[in-house]
Design a protein around this ligand. Structure first.
Ligand SMILES: [Zn+2]
Length: 453
């Protein structure tokens, strides 16, 4: 007998173009799947959950986050990309122990779930030893999130400096050990480096390896770095590696010609607007991509300087495009093209596409996995409800995320994470923070200082 639950009477934003929005809508879940979406669905023997007044949307999908950095949250709030490399990759990453990676991935995934992120692409360039990679996977597994574990290189800047070292072969062991089944929450990808960070021959080696393993590739390109001017995408085009299995992150300094190459080869894009503007990666290319028919996904990137939820990402992507729509002619009407619904799609179905999971998640479509969230609207920051899309994008925040379901299973319910000992988890985080910051000589004076009245 299937376990059937009917979520009745919510504002259902399916993100499926065929189904649209259903006000007073029902979502019928059978085991791990969505069985039906509509109005007045017969409950039969199903358990009924009243979702009246809730906004029901697919879980958010973060298409790029260095989850291991959760243990050093806030360490680099005010630096450019170059400063970030010095602090995080030169000083902190080499000091990471496997347990620090575990703590980061476990707590980072819980943070994501708490914020309504049901799928997280973990861009894991902390493979200092095989044990580090193992613990990254264990952290994702223990949190119960759907994830793409994007196996990367060790945390060490030398791997980025026009390196001729190919992607670590340990990815083969990781695939054999953890990814032999398609029927699980985690899938494998390669966190690769672009031509410019590596030689063309190295990129060819790495892309061939990923394709031999049958996995997607995710790569950083076009970030503005003082004194370094590289056309990553052009380099990858010349190396002959571009394809529909590749997601390009940032593209902030990429030329029109390079964005054309992404469109022509069917690649996907991940934009992290908040960090791109905060740290000076360059201008988020949302509108330039849309002109070429490429609909981007959104991502958090680093909690070393950026909040780990998707509301900020949606709003920043939207408002930055609106800034670009200003003209210096006061009488010319303000005519922005990007809409609230667009950025909600970017944070859901387009994220699924960038993760290669759009046949499984990203919209509330019967047959897909039941990954969805309930946003409360009986709260002071969102009431009264007029337009659910606007509310989800503009007014809601993590406090409105009442319930989160992954594969039909509740992982957050009534505003509380389900099945985790948070005090123990915070202990792991603080131990790692203290160890790493002491190693790097960055521990703030107040840590461990006696509390005085
Ligand atoms: Zn990144």
């Amino acid at each position: 007998m299937a376990n059937r639950v009917l979520f009745r009477g919510g504002h259902v934003l399916t993100m499926d173009p065929q189904l649209g929005d259903v006000h007073g809508g029902d979502v019928l879940v059978e085991d791990d799947r969505i069985a039906a979406v509509g109005s007045g669905i017969e409950a039969g023997d199903a358990e009924v959950v009243d979702t009246t007044g809730c906004i029901v949307i697919p879980g958010f999908i973060d298409s790029h986050r260095h989850t291991w950095e959760t243990v050093i949250r806030g360490i680099a709030p005010d630096v450019s990309l170059g400063g970030y490399f010095e602090i995080v990759l030169d000083q902190l990453a080499p000091a990471y122990r496997p347990e620090d990676v575990y703590a980061g991935n476990y707590l980072g995934s819980l943070e994501a779930i708490d914020a309504g992120v049901t799928t997280l692409l973990d861009w894991s360039h902390i493979s200092n030893t095989p044990e580090h990679s193992d613990e990254a996977v264990h952290g994702l597994q223990d949190a119960g999130i759907r994830g793409v574990y994007a196996h990367g290189i060790p945390g060490d800047n030398s791997w980025w400096a026009y390196s001729d070292r190919g992607h670590p072969e340990d990815i083969r062991r990781i695939q054999d050990r953890y990814f032999s089944s398609d029927d699980q929450l985690l899938t494998l990808a390669m966190a690769a480096r672009a031509v410019g960070n590596v030689t063309p021959e190295t990129a060819q080696h790495d892309w061939a390896l990923a394709r031999e393993l049958g996995i997607r590739i995710t790569v950083h390109v076009g970030m503005r770095l003082t004194g370094v001017h590289v056309h990553h995408i052009l380099g990858m085009h010349e190396a002959g590696v571009m394809g529909p299995d590749t997601t390009y992150i940032h593209c902030t300094d990429s030329t029109d010609e390079e964005l054309d190459l992404i469109a022509e080869t069917g690649g996907t894009v991940s934009i992290a607007s908040y960090v791109e503007l905060l740290m000076g990666h360059g201008r988020p290319p949302t509108g330039r991509l849309l002109e070429r028919g490429v609909r981007p996904s959104l991502s958090v990137d680093v909690v070393s300087s950026v909040p780990g939820e998707m509301f900020t990402q949606m709003r920043t992507a939207l408002v930055y495009e609106r800034i670009l729509a200003f003209t210096d002619t006061p009488d010319e009407p303000f005519a922005p093209k990007l809409t609230h619904r667009d950025v909600l799609q970017f944070a859901t179905i387009e994220g699924a596409r960038a993760c290669g999971l759009d046949d499984k998640v990203g919209s509330l479509t019967p047959g897909k996995q039941a990954d969805f969230i309930l946003l409360r609207t009986d709260m002071v920051n969102v009431a009264p409800l007029i337009d659910p899309v606007t509310t989800a994008v503009v007014f809601a925040d993590t406090s409105n995320v009442d319930s989160v379901f992954v594969a039909g299973k509740p992982v957050k319910r009534n505003g509380e994470l389900v099945g985790h000992d948070l005090q123990r988890a915070f202990g792991l985080l603080e131990q790692s923070r203290d160890y790493l910051l002491t190693e790097a000589g960055m521990l703030p004076d107040w840590v461990g200082a006696p509390v005085t009245a």
